[in-house]
Design a protein around this ligand. Structure first.
Ligand SMILES: Cc1cc2nc3c(=O)[nH]c(=O)nc-3n(C[C@H](O)[C@H](O)[C@H](O)COP(=O)(O)O)c2cc1C
Length: 797
């Protein structure tokens, strides 16, 4: 997700503030993995203790590495939220295996006992194994969820990073300088310059490793998602491949695509006889513990089958690897009849007119905009959230898109519905440690609908694989050229976000085996995070999502474009995977409800009683954040959230209003929301709810200083207004609430422009109204506000 720019990404609202909450820490501490015994060797003395085998479900790193029995090897760790870091680690690893025959293990640090790094260095030395750290940064310079544990441990005592964490690490677990003496490593940080803490984790980890005695091989790579992560990675990779070869004393071979060598698939495809596999088949479950089975109970509610085999192994606590299936309780459109219009050159082939979601006329494409509010049921899952948290959901692909891909791959329904399993292909050196890309056995259709992202843009290096499967020499040459020429690739593929089906349609001689498609080419569908737009005080078992559908038109050239080839240039419509899926679910529910005269849409319809995963249930989990209301409700709250940035503020406002109404003795403080949209009658989200609350305040039935201050950018005859202008207009009030009364200031929405402008506005008003004298002091005041957690951002780039 984050590797795509926002114009195509489903608009998900993510926190930049909340990854290292106390809740997380508590969770990880429970999962304590070290057994400490008295020091027995000089080396152990250096770290005060001997760290022995892990416990509590973590794999032993040392045992794993020993079992590999390799003379030389690479071990790459990735800190990844949406898959980019994992992908880059895998790519560098695969290339090292191909070029230098170096075996590579690509690991999720969450799965291994990372403290055993110390033991490894002590006992095995530093010769044979080169480590790699591919680390993304999130939030206010925080690690990804899967690295929190490792990061807390390695940074403890360093005086950097998360202070809360540092306090909780036991003294005797602290690493001393030199504990990782000689540990050779390569490092690549993934970040985005739009954020204040650019690549903080990659940089800090690198410094820390050096302090602990690690020796970096090559430069520290830093990728900027705002510009081009891929180009930064490619430049770093080219250099680091040479450094790695030197490190191991290997011969450096010529780079570039090896056109003649055939592609050796990573996996073998094994057909599983259905009779033997029925109980083990996955139907789209995201946990690969054990497949689940559901059935309708007599009273009409839904439950998992009462089969002890499943119940025993099923986790009762849900997390990012074991999602709960939350039923959609309600979905409603937040605006209707809103369109985006795109004009194009008359020479471009326009999409067919008359589609239900867009109209085409002359050289214009008019696309409907949709925004939904969806309520998900937490039921008796035991999942809890606190207002301001995020919910993660896993979307599924549009079956029409899958059908199109199947057609382009020339595979029949028989193949689509066959039950398969992937086994490592012994002929591929990287296969031994390759991670299974999805839970299996499952049908090819399940893999393509539920697990793999068929709409992901084809990556440049994948075109080399496709070229090797093209029969037509001209197509082969064009594909190799695309895989080698960056500029050409960006213009013809990346800009118009061509996916696998697009490429197969443009190069019909490609005959790529299905095992390569599902095992290597398509990435796993990434979880999407939304800022929860309901209040846990008001609705503790219901989670609200606010999602605006991403759909737009874009010019596209034929991928084998030649200067005289313009007649093939066209306009394509692109959609965000998650938001278009939510919209489809909403339409199906509405349709189902209309068939049952408005009764709630049934999780199973008559025809599809055998559906393995019930309809309208979304795999989901809660991610804690520290984007939170002040503990003392009397303190003022100022919120700035245009567009879908209003999501968490709908929750904040509703919560404060609810408290003011039901518990007036709490004396809830001023509650001001700066909200922005295009037009009051078109895309004003939750207008009905806000107006109802304003009305109850105005007629005196609820005592609350509630203000919804609106900025409209597209009202005919009126000057464009944005939220920062409104904040400026109310500068004195804002200063009184934040500067004098010690309230909290919140921003949610676009990081690049809006959050930046609001930040500037706040600094300027502090200077004007706060008697601070100089701009420098105003900046310091804003910075202090942040460090006191009274200026919180939930923004995305
Ligand atoms: C909500 C959000 C917050 C982010 N915060 C930061 C940040 O504070 N600093 C930074 O350098 N990059 C930040 N990034 C950029 C990511 O680190 C970058 O997109 C990276 O490629 C993601 O890697 P992954 O796909 O492996 O998770 C953020 C991205 C998102 C979506």
């Amino acid at each position: 997700m984050a590797q795509l720019s926002l114009d195509f990404t489903d608009v998900v609202i993510l926190s930049t503030v909340g990854l290292l909450s106390a809740a997380y820490y508590f969770f990880f501490k429970k999962d304590s993995r070290v057994v400490v015994s008295p020091a027995t060797s000089p080396a152990a003395n250096a770290t005060k203790k001997e760290i022995t085998k892990s416990s509590a479900g973590k794999k032993s790193l040392v045992e794993k590495l020993r079992s590999q029995n390799n003379e030389n090897q690479l071990v790459f760790f990735y800190g990844s939220q949406t898959g980019t870091a994992e992908d880059l680690a895998t790519r560098l690893g695969t290339e090292c295996t191909k070029k230098y025959s170096l075996p590579v293990l690509v690991c999720d640090p969450e799965e291994y006992d990372m403290m055993e790094l110390v033991e490894w260095i002590e006992n095995e030395g530093t010769e044979s194994t080169l480590f790699g750290f591919f680390m993304a940064t999130y939030g206010e310079g925080e690690p990804t969820d899967n690295t929190v544990d490792f990061y807390e441990w390695i940074m403890a005592g360093s005086g950097k990073g998360d202070d809360e964490g540092e306090e909780e690490i036991d003294d005797d677990e602290l690493l001393e300088s030199g504990s990782l003496r000689g540990l050779p490593y390569v490092a690549f940080g993934l970040g985005n310059k739009t954020y204040e803490h650019y690549n903080a984790i990659g940089k800090r980890l690198d410094q820390r490793l050096a302090k602990l005695g690690g020796v970096r091989v090559g430069e520290l790579g830093l990728g900027d998602d705002d510009d081009s992560m891929e180009e930064d990675f490619l430049a770093w990779k080219t250099a680091v491949l040479v450094d790695i070869a030197k490190h191991f004393g290997l011969q450096v071979t010529a780079s570039g695509a090896q056109r003649d060598a055939p592609h050796v698939p990573l996996f073998d495809l094994v057909n599983v006889a259905e009779d033997n596999a029925l109980e083990r088949i996955y139907y789209g479950e995201h946990s690969n513990k054990t497949p689940r089975r559901w059935q309708m109970l007599k009273n009409g509610t839904l439950d998992q089958e009462d089969d002890p085999k499943y119940v025993e192994t099923e986790k009762t606590t849900y997390d990012s690897k074991h999602p709960h299936y939350g039923r959609i309780l309600k979905s409603r459109p937040l605006f209707v009849d809103v369109h985006d219009e795109y004009g194009f050159d008359s020479n471009l082939l326009l999409p067919k007119a008359g589609h239900k979601r867009y109209q085409v006329s002359d050289c214009k494409v008019r696309i409907e905009r949709h925004c939904l509010h969806v309520d998900l049921d937490l039921g008796d899952s035991g999942l809890k959230y606190v207002t301001g948290d995020h919910v993660g959901v896993w979307p599924v692909n549009d079956e029409e898109h899958v059908q199109r891909l199947a057609q382009a791959l020339n595979i029949s329904h028989g193949v689509l519905d066959s039950v398969v399993q992937l086994n490592p292909n012994k002929k591929n050196m990287s296969a031994a440690n390759a991670k299974m890309p999805f839970p299996a056995p499952c049908t090819v259709r399940t893999a393509l609908v539920n697990y793999l992202d068929v709409s992901s843009t084809i990556k440049q290096h994948q075109l080399e694989i496709l070229a090797k499967y093209a029969d037509d020499p001209a197509e082969r040459t064009a594909l190799f050229e695309l895989s080698e020429n960056r500029e050409r690739y960006v213009t013809l593929i990346e800009k118009s976000r061509k996916d696998l089906a697009d490429i197969l349609e443009a190069f019909p001689s490609i005959a790529v085996p299905i095992v390569v498609v599902i095992g290597e080419l398509l990435p796993r569908i990434a979880v999407r995070y939304y800022s929860i737009s309901s209040s846990s005080v008001e609705e503790p078992t219901k989670v609200g999502i606010t999602a605006v559908m991403v759909r737009y038109a874009i010019p596209s050239c034929h991928p084998a474009h030649r200067a005289d080839d313009k007649k093939n240039d066209s306009v394509v419509i692109r959609e965000g995977l998650a938001t278009s899926w939510l919209q489809r679910l909403h339409e199906q529910r509405t349709e189902s409800a209309s068939r049952t005269n408005g009764a709630a849409a049934a999780p199973f319809s008559q025809e599809d009683e055998a559906l393995p995963i019930p309809r309208f249930h979304l795999p989901m989990y809660i991610r804690t954040s520290n984007f939170k209301l002040p503990k003392n409700p009397r303190l003022p709250v100022v919120m700035v959230g245009p567009g879908t940035g209003v999501a968490p503020f709908r929750a904040f406002v509703r919560e404060r209003f609810h408290l003011a109404k039901t518990r007036p003795e709490m004396q809830v403080g001023p509650t001001w929301l700066f909200y922005g949209c295009r037009h009051p009658d078109k895309d004003f989200l939750y207008r009905d709810e806000f107006e109802q609350m304003e009305k109850e305040v105005a007629d005196g039935s609820v005592k609350l200083d509630l203000r919804i201050l609106k900025a409209y950018s597209r009202v005919e005859g009126q000057k464009k207004q944005y939220v920062q202008h409104m904040v400026q207009q109310h500068a004195e009030d804002v200063w009184n609430m934040i500067g004098k009364q010690k309230g909290s200031f919140y921003v949610c929405g676009d990081a690049k422009h809006m959050a930046h402008d609001v930040h500037e506005t706040l600094t300027a008003l502090a200077l004007d109204h706060g008697n601070l004298g100089t701009e420098e002091r105003a900046k310091t005041w804003v910075k202090d506000l942040k460090s006191q957690s009274r200026y919180l951002e939930d923004v995305w780039a």
